[in-house]
Design a binder for this molecule. Structure first.
Ligand code: PEP
Ligand code: MN
Length: 338
């Protein structure tokens, strides 16, 4: 932590800061500039104390943390890449893992048709939400337990692992009985009670980035999962809210290399929720693979025009098949495969 004193701060004010630092058992390094004094605080436990403790002292201009707030998700703690293995599908390996399916589980026919087609096209994980976090309480909230049962049936029939969202900490055990991957949605990225419950489960988890959160906040949220002992964490960039309104959200493509640099966790991209429109999904998906994403989470619906949720951004089955073909060349060009 660095404490910057105001121009003209008195020696007593500087000493007051130094005494406060020493009261925590830490060391100081004083930098007496011509105009300003800077106090560097040296200690391995500074992360436990708020910067406010120093910021409120007389004569202090500002306090900056040098250490990152996240730990377990950082490369400093674990330099080598994490791979998450889901029934033989390795996320974070050379293979680009494709998870695809409808936004919400709606019917057996819908899920059966989707599962058959996405598997045939090269997807290795089936998606489908049984519990949907909706902006309005009057929107379709998902089929809940009935949707989960349908997922269980289709998963068995097509021998394909499934990813589905959990919105309530109390449902973690029930959903884990069917889900091979638990999804924590963007709106729940900082629901710390939910993160703790999912962290205690023994299921791999996809943690979607909240559309209003920084990468640092996202990685710090991942620490909640890791701190409970769940090491199988996959990050998912799905677009953030910016001033741009020609897309539903702006996909932060730079999040991929930033995550790769600062974290050991695998990162996948959801082009569907970023795009908001099916016509934009292929380009965003290709860009994500080119930028180093470890996988994609794509919404696909047998009849998008009849979808109860997110039909406009869902690919038709033929369009999804076309995309997976096109992605092969992109993957190969960056030393990966589909
Ligand atoms: C979803 O995957 O259907 C979903 C609701 O995504 P997000 O949480 O990213 O909005
Ligand atoms: Mn959706």
């Amino acid at each position: 932590m660095i404490v910057e004193m105001r121009t003209g701060a008195t020696p007593e004010e500087v000493d007051n800061v130094v005494q406060k630092v020493k009261s925590f058992g830490w060391e100081v390094q004083l930098n007496l500039g011509t105009d300003k004094t800077v106090v560097a605080i040296l200690g391995s436990t500074t992360g436990q104390v708020s910067t406010d403790v120093f910021a409120v002292l007389p004569g202090v201009e500002g306090v900056t943390r040098i250490m990152k707030p996240y730990k377990l998700a950082s490369r400093e703690v674990k330099p080598e890449d994490t791979q998450v293995s889901v029934k033989g599908v390795d996320i974070g390996s050379k293979r680009i893992v494709i998870m695809a399916g409808p936004c919400a589980v709606e019917s057996e026919e819908q899920m059966t048709t989707a599962a058959r087609a996405v598997k045939e096209a090269g997807a290795s994980i089936l998606r489908g939400g049984a519990f949907k976090p909706r902006t309005s309480p009057f929107s379709f909230q998902g089929l809940a337990e009935a949707g989960l049962e349908l997922l269980a049936k289709v998963k068995k029939q097509f021998d394909i692992p499934v990813i589905t969202e959990v919105v309530d900490p109390q449902d973690v055990d029930m959903i884990s009985r069917v889900a091979d991957i638990l999804q924590v949605g963007a709106r729940n990225m900082q629901n710390f009670t939910l993160l703790t419950a999912v962290g205690r489960s023994n299921r791999p988890v996809v943690l979607k980035r909240a559309f209003s959160c920084t990468i640092t906040e996202w990685l710090t949220a991942a620490d909640y999962l890791l701190a409970e002992g769940n090491k199988e964490v996959i990050l998912c960039e799905r677009g953030i809210r910016t001033f741009e309104d020609s897309v539903r959200f702006s996909l932060d493509i730079s999040a991929i290399p930033v995550i790769k640099k600062s974290s050991h966790l695998p990162v996948i991209v959801d082009p569907s929720h970023a795009a908001g429109h099916y016509s934009l999904v292929p380009a965003i998906a290709k860009a994500a693979v080119a930028a180093g994403a470890d996988g994609l989470l794509i919404e696909v619906h047998p009849k998008p025009e009849e979808a109860l949720v997110d039909g406009l951004q869902s690919l038709t089955l033929p369009n999804f098949t076309k995309l997976t073909e096109e992605l092969k060349a992109i993957a190969e060009s960056v030393g990966r495969y589909i």
